[in-house]
Structure formats: C-alpha cells, structure tokens
Design a protein around this ligand. Structure first.
Ligand code: AKG
Ligand code: FE2
Length: 301
C-alpha cells in the first residue's frame, strides 16, 4: 500500500483558503493567508538564515548558472538575494517543504500537486536611501518563459510583520488578467538589471492598453502569515524605512503539470532558466522541472 505523506491535521485544514478567498485570488491575483507557520518555525527560519549569512551554505549548487542571484560579502550592504536557498540550507529547505504551504497553493491555483520551482532568500538592509532595496514593477512569468504552466505562483514568507514602512511586497491589483503589450526581448532580463523608470513606464503603458487603473496594494503581512501572488500579476516593493532589515523568502511554486518548453525571445534566441544548467533531464531529454533535488513536491492530493 502506498502511504500518502501529504496529509494535513484538522487544524491545518482550517487554515486553507475558503472558496470565497479562492475566488478573490482569481479576481485580484493575490491572497494573504492565515498563519501557516508557527512561532517556532519562524524562529528556526530566522536562525537558519542568520547561520547562512554567517557561515555559508550546507551544500553548494553543483554549478553556478549565469543568472544566479547570489549576494556575496564583497557586494556590500545592498539588497541580498540567494536563489536555491531550499537546496543550500537544509533547515530552511525542511520548513519550506511544509505540506500546508503546498496545499494552500494547490487550492489557489486549482492544481492537485505543487512543487517548489525556486526559493530566494531576500534581505533588505535598514537604509532608507539604499536604491537596491527598490524592487521595480515586474511579473514573475517573464523570467519563466521556459515553463509551460500559466498558474505558477509565489508565497512571500516574511520573518516578521511586513508593512509599507519596511518595504513590503506590493501588488498591482488584478493586473494578472491584463493583456500584455508586445515588448522587446530585454523584458526577460532580471529586474535587478533593469532601470526602475523603464519598468514604471512598461506598467503604465500596459495599464493604459487594458483601460485599467493602477491600484497599488501593499501586502500587510503578520508574522506567520504569507502573501501569495499569481505569476502574471505586476508587483514590486519600496524602500525599507524601518530600523531593522526586511527579511523574507520568496517561495516560487509550480503546479504538478509544469514542464520545460522551448521558447524564444524577440531576437530569436532560445530562452533559458537557471534550472536548465542544474537539473537532470526528463524522459524527453528536456530539463526536468520535477527533479526532486531542486524542485521537490511539497503537496499532492
Ligand atoms: O522582495 C520583494 O519585495 C519582491 C519579491 C518578488 O518579486 C517576488 O516574490 O516575486
Ligand atoms: Fe517577483
């Protein structure tokens, strides 16, 4: 008999989004969850993160893909990103694989299975003037053009309460439903490499094209809660005006049916994602976005 390891307790079941909340997510593109992590789990996350910044990873990726976001001490006190944190830190990986997070994502996206796609640890230093803290408007699917699914989503997991003051993630309400204007190939570049003003202009033009107002909704997240956002919703975040660093993990998630697809940018070059240089090949010879080492399943019905 196969035992189902993806089970929830009665209490966890009560923490899933209601049907009304799923409807809200479909319409608005974002959702703030009930508390999905315990005090104890957040303390563990924070301690493991402190340990990572002090001592480095438990294990390194087998290779360093070209677009890896990976802060190093020599970069100084700028915003830090560490991709593949669930792989490089065992303790963080263990918490991010909590089935309840996957079950929430499954219900929101209408899928039976959820795997980790990417996990990025983020640290915004406490410095109101630090320009690198500003995350310009973008939507995540731009970086994921080699993924077949249009229902990927992200859980934004913070180590403390998150508000406008400390530069919380901010959604452009309902923008996941917008039709996109054609754009040049550079849009596929990571937002960290693009001009803030240019992305502000792309947002404005796309809103206009859709006869839509730009409605900015800062996610007010209490410690333990997390915000979820659709892979096509425009979002970004502002300066950290608080006296402490803003610390979080972006847990990017993929439905079970997601797989690599061939895709080209506007210049006719083959697109790629960091996984393509790291994960195993599937039975079709494609990069395997279900490689359990890097893209573990965290929920299955
Ligand atoms: O760190 C932020 O405020 C934004 C993170 C982000 O872009 C994401 O979670 O997709
Ligand atoms: Fe994003």
């Amino acid at each position: 008999m196969i035992r189902n390891v993806y089970v929830l307790t009665e209490e966890e079941i009560s923490l899933l989004p209601t049907d009304e909340e799923v409807k809200h997510y479909k319409k608005h593109g974002w959702y703030i969850s009930k508390p999905l992590l315990t005090e104890e789990e957040i303390t563990q996350l924070k301690n493991a993160s402190d340990y990572f910044y002090r001592r480095g990873p438990d294990r390194l990726l087998p290779s360093r893909p070209g677009n890896l976001a990976y802060w190093e001490k020599k970069d100084g006190d700028v915003q830090r990103h560490h991709d593949y944190i669930a792989y490089e830190s065992h303790s963080i990986g263990r918490i991010l694989k909590k089935p309840l997070i996957g079950a929430v994502a499954a219900k929101l996206s209408g899928s039976k299975e959820i795997r980790i796609y990417q996990s990025t640890m983020i640290y915004k230093p406490a410095n109101a003037q630090e320009l690198s803290n500003i995350v310009p408007w973008h939507f995540d699917k731009h970086y994921w053009s080699t993924s077949s699914s249009s229902e990927m989503l992200t859980a934004f997991i913070t180590f403390h309460d998150c508000t406008e003051e400390n530069g919380t993630i901010t959604m452009i309400d309902g923008s996941h439903l917008w039709e996109e204007l054609p754009h040049d190939s550079s849009v596929n570049n990571h937002f960290a490499k693009r001009e803030i003003a240019e992305l502000e202009e792309i947002l404005r033009a796309n809103a206009e094209h859709n006869h839509a107002q730009i409605k900015k909704i800062p996610m007010n997240i209490k410690k333990g809660q997390m915000s979820f956002h659709h892979c096509r919703i425009y979002h970004g975040s502002g300066a950290n005006l608080a006296e402490y660093p803003r610390r979080a993990i972006s847990l990017h998630l993929q439905p079970g049916d997601n797989h690599w697809v061939e895709s080209y940018n506007a210049d006719g070059d083959l697109n790629s994602y960091n996984h393509d240089f790291v994960v195993a090949k599937d039975s079709h010879g494609r990069p395997d976005y279900a490689d359990p080492e890097f893209c573990p399943t965290i929920w299955k019905e």
